[in-house]
Design a protein around this ligand. Structure first.
Ligand code: DNO
Length: 391
């Protein structure tokens, strides 16, 4: 697979030269300064692409071309927003950047409660604490009926939290769930926004009455509209699985498991409608066997995210070291190296190591932690390739 790296543009503290030096071949990025819903101009795409190429790398994948909320919930302006999306795709096609990752998750792009969960060795990683998330919904958002989504054990923990939580810890939880994990990938809520909780509640309200079937139909509608431009420019759309792969905040989730993936691939059965195989997101659902899914969907996969998690009995999950945990990445790599070896692959997330800590990286996107993971993954890829060449 092609070794790619998610880079956040010229403001990223990690330089392209450094990436080249550690063996990265391609860049995964987006025009982060353009507001969600606006057209990506051809000149800006070309300028960005040339900048990447001037460092001996290629712009392998767009992650993400965000899908506006109104397209997802089916608002009045969805057709105009889809037109803009098509125009951006056409411009990307003209520039020759033809793998496009997106997601169809309502409101929240991905969910974590702890951005610096401490490991014994002093490093940290991202963590999802189910009881803290329940506290967030029940006592911070005050979402009607949220209690019904949790069992007695979790509700008991929520009560304890309610009696012990400090103002700072509460603020930290808000920052983790809806600010620091969101602004840099989606733009619904950014750092510095006034009253993010109120803003978040009004975004949630847009989905009143939108159930799983309706969200699926809206995804189908969107995909059908964009397929012609994808065919014309040979663009591969690849949807990112929902992270985590289960329902949150009473919102429907539609890319969580085998049945979901079958559904959207069959609903618009076109080779340009594909999947981002995010081993990490899928691994956080106990219902998913990650290598089996890789085998089944290798031919419709257009981009691979390598990451792993461990899921605990209480429903929490932690981002694991890349070669351990439920992601079973050695097996996943074996599948893709055999079935679809030209795919772009990026190491997803990494632990935050001591020398990463003061750099201000986005959550999950450390340098040393990701570099270590890339080294591990590269070693596995080399061993797998070597084994295949001897068969
Ligand atoms: C988080 C990422 C996601 C992903 C988008 C794709 O680290 O995996 O934000 O980029 O969901 O659209």
């Amino acid at each position: 697979m092609e070794k790619t790296w998610r880079w956040f543009g010229k403001k990223d503290k990690i330089q392209l030269d450094m990436l080249r030096q550690i063996g990265v071949q391609g860049i995964v990025s987006a025009l982060h300064d353009i507001q969600n819903g606006q057209v990506w101009p051809l000149e800006a795409i070309n300028e960005y692409k040339e900048y990447i190429e001037s460092h001996g790398l290629r712009w392998s994948v767009v992650e993400s071309l965000p899908v506006s909320e109104a397209i997802k919930y089916g608002g009045e302006d969805r057709d105009a927003l889809i037109e803009n999306y098509i125009q951006s795709l056409e411009n990307l096609g003209k520039a020759g950047v033809t793998t496009v990752c997106y997601n169809f998750m309502p409101v929240l792009d991905w969910a974590r409660t702890d951005l610096y969960y401490q490991w014994e060795d002093g490093a940290s990683s991202l963590y999802f604490d189910k009881a803290k998330f329940a506290y967030f919904e029940i006592h911070i958002l005050e979402r009607a009926g949220a209690e019904k989504d949790y069992d007695q054990d979790i509700l008991a923990k929520v009560e304890t939290l309610k009696n012990t939580v400090t103002k700072e810890a509460e603020q930290d939880l808000i920052d983790s769930v809806i600010v620091k994990t969101q602004g840099f990938v989606n733009g619904n809520i950014k750092e510095g926004d006034q009253d993010p909780v109120a803003k978040f509640k009004s975004l949630l309200a847009l989905y009143d009455g939108i159930d799983k079937d309706r969200l699926r139909l809206n995804m189908k509608y969107f995909l059908e509209k964009i397929m012609p431009v994808c065919e014309q420019w040979n663009i591969h759309m690849c949807v990112h699985p929902d992270d985590p792969p289960f329902s949150l905040l009473g919102l429907p989730r539609i890319v969580t498991c085998e049945e979901d993936i079958d559904w959207f691939l069959n609903a618009v059965d076109n080779p340009h409608n594909g999947l981002t195989f995010c081993a990490g997101s899928l691994s956080a659902g106990l219902h998913n066997n990650v290598p089996e899914l890789a085998k089944k969907y290798a031919s419709r996969t257009k981009f691979v995210h390598l990451r792993s998690t461990n899921v605990f009995e209480n429903g929490d999950f932690i981002e694991a070291m890349h070669l351990s945990g439920r992601g079973q990445l050695i097996d996943v790599i074996r599948v893709f190296e055999k079935e679809n070896p030209s795919l772009p692959m990026r190491v997803d997330h990494g632990r935050l190591l001591t020398d990463d800590a003061d750099k201000g990286y986005h959550p999950g996107y450390s340098f040393l932690g990701r570099m270590l993971a890339l080294g591990q993954i590269e070693g596995v890829m080399a061993a797998v390739q070597n084994g295949m060449s001897k068969q």
